[in-house]
Structures are given as structure tokens and as C-alpha cells.
Write a protein that binds this ligand. Structure first.
Ligand SMILES: C[S@@+](CC[C@H](N)C(=O)[O-])C[C@H]1O[C@@H](n2cnc3c(N)ncnc32)[C@H](O)[C@@H]1O
Length: 227
């Protein structure tokens, strides 16, 4: 399903796709607004919105002021939706594929998004030293398990305390394996937010550490109760 969806059999994670451009247009309704997108060959979802991506957007729990990272944005459906959901926040969209990054920039403009930007690069390279309230991704499963595990391992360090990683995938892509990996390696709760057509959206939360301030507040309350 994934590879043919670039429209020409070329892997969707090529940095500089060689296929000839053949653009098309797609629209979908999000939160009552009709969003419009340019699509192209050589970019994931070259002809249509991937069903996994649609499920991720449906379960994109983003607050109005959130800082969001859309890692592996393709032509930008998740990042544009996140920017609409967080009008007072900020969204960074990244991709290794330069054609995807160009399309995503165009699609921000088409949808009059002013609170987002597109950066080119692999994994967290383009956002070194930055933290987000939400990292949302339909990850590049075809790039192989080591890359996906590198993504999951590094994501925690790019989340604020209490921040959430949202990934979508299906059984064949090993989403259950990655969910279990998150349950084992992350310290916060891991939940399935949505399911459909064999896909699931998994949320992993970075636990908020109980700092000295919080510990002191608990101690005061306990003393108060027993007095
Ligand atoms: C499954 S596609 C999802 C695209 C888009 N978010 C969507 O849902 O339609 C994964 C995307 O990750 C990009 N990608 C592949 N390897 C990457 C890497 N190392 N770092 C960042 N993005 C990468 C691909 O170019 C592709 O656009």
C-alpha cells in the first residue's frame, strides 16, 4: 500500500525523487473548514489521503496553544490540520524528501497557515534542542525498523513534561510491536486513541517528573489532614 502510493513505485523517502512531477489536488473537511492540498508523484500519498493518516488526523488531540512537530510530513496533511487546531501555538513540519517539503510549504500557503514552518532533514535533526507538546507522525515504516526505533527512542527527549507522541500504523507495519516497545521503554502511559481498517493511533505520554516543588506540596497537604 505504501510504496505504490508515491505514484511511480519510487520509495517515498528518497531525498530527491527522480520521478517526473504529476500534480493533482485534494480537499478534505477538517473542523468545519475545507482544506485544499497539492499532491505530487514521488511523495507519499501521491493520489489520495492515506487511511492511516486520516485516522491520525481524526484523533489529533491538540490544544490551541500547543507546540507540535509533524515528523515526516509528506505533502503536509497532519501539519496543516495541527496548525488549524493550534491557532495560538506553533507547528514544525519536517521531511527528508525535498519535493515533499516544497509541497508542504505550498500547502501551508494554500490554507493560509501562518503559525507553521517546514524544515528539511532526517528524524530530529531539524529540531535539535527543541521540545514540543505533541509529536505526531505517520512514520516511514518502509525505511526499516532501526529507523523507527531511533525515532521512538529520540522522541521522548523532544517532548515537554506531559507531552505526547502520537503515531499511526497497522498490524503489517508492526504497530503492535512499536506499541509494546513504547510500553516497555517509556515511563508514561501508552494508549490506543483510535482504530479503523486495521490501523491504530497510539499515544505515548512523557511522564511529568514529581519535582521538589510538587513533593513539598503533597507533604504540606498530608500534614494538614492529620493535624
Ligand atoms: C508514511 S509517510 C507519511 C507522510 C505524511 N505525514 C502523511 O501522513 O501523508 C512518511 C514520511 O516520512 C518521510 N521520511 C522518511 N524518512 C525520514 C526521516 N529519516 N526523517 C524524516 N522524515 C522521513 C518520508 O519522506 C514520508 O514523507
Amino acid at each position: 500500500m505504501e510504496e505504490p502510493s508515491t505514484g511511480d513505485g519510487e520509495p517515498y523517502f528518497a531525498e530527491r525523487p527522480r520521478s517526473r512531477s504529476r500534480r493533482s489536488e485534494l480537499r478534505f473537511l477538517y473542523r468545519g473548514e475545507l482544506l485544499t492540498f497539492a499532491l505530487d508523484r514521488g511523495v507519499f500519498g501521491a493520489r489520495e489521503l492515506d487511511p492511516g493518516t486520516a485516522l491520525l488526523i481524526e484523533h489529533l488531540a491538540v490544544r490551541p496553544t500547543d507546540r507540535v512537530l509533524d515528523l515526516g510530513t509528506g505533502w503536509g496533511p497532519v501539519g496543516v490540520a495541527a496548525a488549524k487546531a493550534a491557532p495560538r501555538g506553533r507547528v514544525v513540519l519536517t521531511d527528508v524528501n525535498r519535493r515533499a517539503a516544497r509541497l508542504a510549504r505550498e500547502n501551508l500557503d494554500r490554507n493560509r497557515v501562518r503559525n507553521a514552518e517546514v524544515r528539511v532533514g532526517s528524524l530530529f535533526g531539524p529540531v535539535a534542542g527543541e521540545s514540543f507538546d505533541v509529536i505526531a507522525s505517520n512514520p516511514p515504516y518502509r525505511a526499516g525498523r532501526p529507523l523507527i526505533l531511533a525515532l521512538l527512542a529520540a522522541a521522548r527527549d523532544h517532548l515537554t513534561d506531559g507531552g505526547r507522541l502520537l503515531i499511526v500504523g497497522k498490524g503489517a507495519q508492526g504497530i503492535r510491536f512499536y506499541q509494546e516497545w513504547l510500553e516497555t521503554h517509556w515511563d508514561g502511559p501508552v494508549e490506543v486513541l483510535g482504530r479503523g481498517s486495521g490501523y491504530r493511533v497510539v499515544e505515548a505520554r512523557r511522564r511529568t517528573p514529581a519535582g521538589p516543588g510538587q513533593g513539598a506540596r503533597v507533604a504540606v497537604a498530608r500534614r494538614g489532614r492529620s493535624a
